[in-house]
Structures are given as C-alpha cells and as structure tokens.
Design a protein around this ligand. Sequence first.
Ligand code: ADA
Length: 570
Amino acid sequence: MKRLFDDHKKRNVTELSGAWKFLVDSENKGIEEKWYLGLPKGETVIVPSVWNNELSMLNYEGTIWYEKTFFSDGGTLLLEFESVMTRADIWLDGKYLGNHYGAFSQFEFIVNDASCGNHLLIVRADSTVDKQSIPQKKVDWFNYGGIARDCYVSSLKGICILSAHLKYELSCDLKRVSIWADLELYNAENGEVSTELSAFVGNMEIYNGIVTLKGYEKTNLLTPVCEFEDFELWSTENPKLYDFIVKTESDDLIDRVGFRKIEAKDGKIYLNHKETELYGVNRHEEHPDWGFAFPAKLMKRDLDLICDLGCNTVRGAHYPQSRILIDMLDERGLLFWSEIPIWGGGFDDTVLGDDVVVNRGLEMHREMTKYYYNHPSIIIWGMHNEIYTLYPCTKAISEKYSKLLREKGGNRLITHAAAFPFEDDSLEYDDIICINMYKGWYGGDFSEWDKFVADFDAHRKKIGQEGKAVIISEFGAGALAGFHSYFDTVRWSEEYQSDLLEYCLKLFNKTDYIKGFYIWQFANIRTYPEMDLNRIRCFNNKGILDEYRNPKSAYFKVRELYNKFKKREC
Ligand code: ADA
C-alpha cells in the first residue's frame, strides 16, 4: 500500500500505477462483447486518476474499462486496490475474479497457480448511481469515477500475513500496556507449510512460534497477551509511534502503532486522562485538478495549512480518506474522525429500509475498521451523516453500525452527525453528540446561534443526555473568494463568512457544554448544479480556502482564534 514507510521488506510488490489502456463503455456493451478478454481499442490514461476532469468526460457517469499488462514469476498473486469508484469488476487473464462495491475502501483478490509470464488485468469501473447506491444521487460533492488510488500486485510465498491488528489495553494509570496481535494468515502454497512466525513492537519481540497451514488455508491467530515495557503514550504533543512488524520465513507486514486512551464521560472528552477540546475543520479529499485521486504531496500541504490554522483535529468528510494521509496525521499528533459516505437527504426511508443499502454500509464500516484499525490518530468513527433520525430504520441502522464499530473498531468514540438534534432518537448509540447546524447562513442571522445554544442545553438536560460531550460538527457560510463588501451583512462576501465564523467560534468556546467544533469546511469542493442555487459555480463555497487552497479572509480569523483557544487566551 502507499504508506509513509515500506510496509513490506520481504514481499515482492509491484505497483500498478502509471499507463493503462482505457475505453469508455457508454452503451454498456463491454460484457456482451467480452472486453474482459482484452479491450478492442483504447487510449492511454494514467492511473491513479478519475475521469471526470478529462475534458471530454467532465460529467460522465457510467462504465469505463481499464487494461494493464504486468509480468509475474507465477504462483500465488495478491491484487490490491486502494479505491475504484464506485463498483469494480475484475478479470485476470480472462477469468472473472469478482467485484467490489464502495468508492473509498480498499479490497483485494488472491489468485493461485498463476503462470510465469505476462498477465492481462481488466478493471471495469462503474460510477452509476441508483436507488441502492452509497452515496445517493443527491449529495453535496461530485461522484467521480475511476481507479482513484493506487493498486498493486504481489507475489505471495509460503505463509503470508494478510492483515495484522495490534490490540492493547492500558492500565487505569496508563503506566502499563498489555498487548496482543490479531493476525490473518494465509498459506500461498499448494501443500502444507510450516514456518517460524514472529511479531515485534518497537524492539520487543511479542511473539515467536511455529505455524503450520494446509495448502491455500487461511486462518486467524491471536498471540498471547504480553506486557509492553518502557513505552511512551501517543498524544497530540508527543505522537510516539512504534513499528509493528510481523514476519514469517517468506513474508512480512510492517505497520505503525501508538498507545493512547480516548474517553467521553461527564460531558467531556479525555485523551490519556487529559481533558481535550476539539478545534477542527471538515476536509474533503478533493481538488479540481485531481478529483478524488488526491496526490500525497498535496495532502502534506493540506495538513501544513491545517496545522497553521491551529487545529488539533480533522473530520474526514464524508468517507474514508487515503491511508497515507492517516499516516501523516499519526505522525503529527492530529486527531481524526473517519466515516462512511451515507449522506443526508438522499437517504429517505425507502433507501434506508433497503437491506442492500444497509448491508453495503455495514461492509464499508467493516472495511474501514479492518484497514484503519492500527492508526492512533483516529479517535472517532462516524456512523452516518444527517439522515433523518425519526424513521424507525434510522435507529435500526445506528444499532447495527454501532455494534460492529464497538466489536471491531478498537478504542474510538462512536457518533453520527445530526441535522435534527432536537428530534434525534438514536443518541443511545452515540458516545458524543455531534450537531451540524447552519444558523446565520440558511436563513436567520448570527444571533439565532445564541438561542440555539441555550435551547439545546435545555433539551439535552430534558432528555437526560447531559453526560455526553457536545460537538458542533458542521457550521459555516459560503464566500466567493475575492468578493469583498463594505457591508458585513452581504452574503457570499469574504467578510460575511469571516464574521459568522468568528461569532460562532467565540460563542462555542465560551459555552461550557460544547467540547469541540469542526468548521464546514477546509476548502471549497466541486458539487452538482442540481444540488441547490446556493452552489454558485457548481462548488460548495464554504471553504475557508478556495478549491486551489488560496486563503479567504476567514482563514486568518480562524487561525487567530484557534491559536488563542489553544493557549486559553479567550
Ligand atoms: C451538510 C452536509 C455537508 C454540506 C453542508 C452544506 O451539513 O453534511 O456535506 O453539504 O451541509 O454546505 O450545506
């Protein structure tokens, strides 16, 4: 995978990025015409990329086929894809391997008995949105199509490590940590294999033993619990990371871990027992020139800007963002909220009552927890965003998703972003209450915020939820970069946006029960003209930076305030 470090030293991994052949299938005839045996024609495209910033395909929603030839010594191959938007069907040498649904999650296929020589890989990417899609057609970003993140082919030998989670439990005083590894192993050979397997955290060997597996057998191994000695906690001030290495005689998997405790109790959030308030922004991983195929170099710059703003947290709105970005957050000690793209008004009760949709969402949560488990920076799992909470199916979804996240998600807070905070009926599944609200923008003026803050205080007490910390997970205003006005009441001016954010931030910061806030949003994003007349230029213009990351006036106001809040000067 594309990480900030080498995740394999022994395994032979080939990156499949670069030139691929590419053929549009607007009439959807590729399967009938057996394009999976080789594309009849095609042009060259660079992968990873999305197609909706190619001049001829700005609005194309549908199917496109991709072809790549690679060489392999043969044996067992592992094909890994970090993101294909949105449904992927995969063939190797004319044989169908299967499909995957979901634009933002990683997936893989294992192929046994590959011959030595060239191999033909075909990917059919389909961005069509229908009634069972996540997200739905009505969404406030652009549904790009393409192979948007990297893909790899590896040659697997002997017993291999398919995944490795480091589980841990800190003692009450946080001075001791008990650790164990949860490993998914696979024998890539067509016959029984025995191997020595060892696991290390930092310099300490936490496991050493012999594993024997039958040909092509998969198994899970939980290593015995041991105490990890002389460790430092991972925190925002000291983001201490340890290498987590698992090896067999023929394979390895390298990751990084950090030890920290996140808790929400008595209306507050604690990181390592220290009360922590969240000062953040919502960030889409999107750029006009790259779409969702966001380059790592620009991720670094986004994070430089986010740190310059004085944030200690980022919400990955509204889908799992690239793992290399999460590696950067781990290194910087920035706290992260990760969620799946179940978004708002598009999800009415017919959609949310459909088992295919619910199970697709569940699978997205399963994949998110599987691949992102070891990242210490992730402190919040978001179940869904702004769906109407009074449908009975909404409650059922929260119940299902929170159960999975609690079982598989490690030490994280679980929540959903609520657009109907006074009606919300599923708070029992949340560790913290998160509210998206746009007073002063969608109607009304700034002072409506004061009333909201007082009313919600009364409401949370009335429903017996005052023990939960409250986060304002979205608030903001649109501004057209470069549009200024002497009258600070003129909407779309940089002044209006800056003033509204200043008003909100000062109010939230002095309100005892509000323990964090995420500005909507870090940078403008492309969206659909149909969304709303409010989406001038086909962008959601609420970024405090424009889509090319040029600062608007609000950027400087937020920077001034967040830095003061951190030093407790306000
Ligand atoms: C919602 C939604 C965001 C964005 C925002 C807005 O809160 O969660 O994705 O659409 O509204 O700009 O109105």
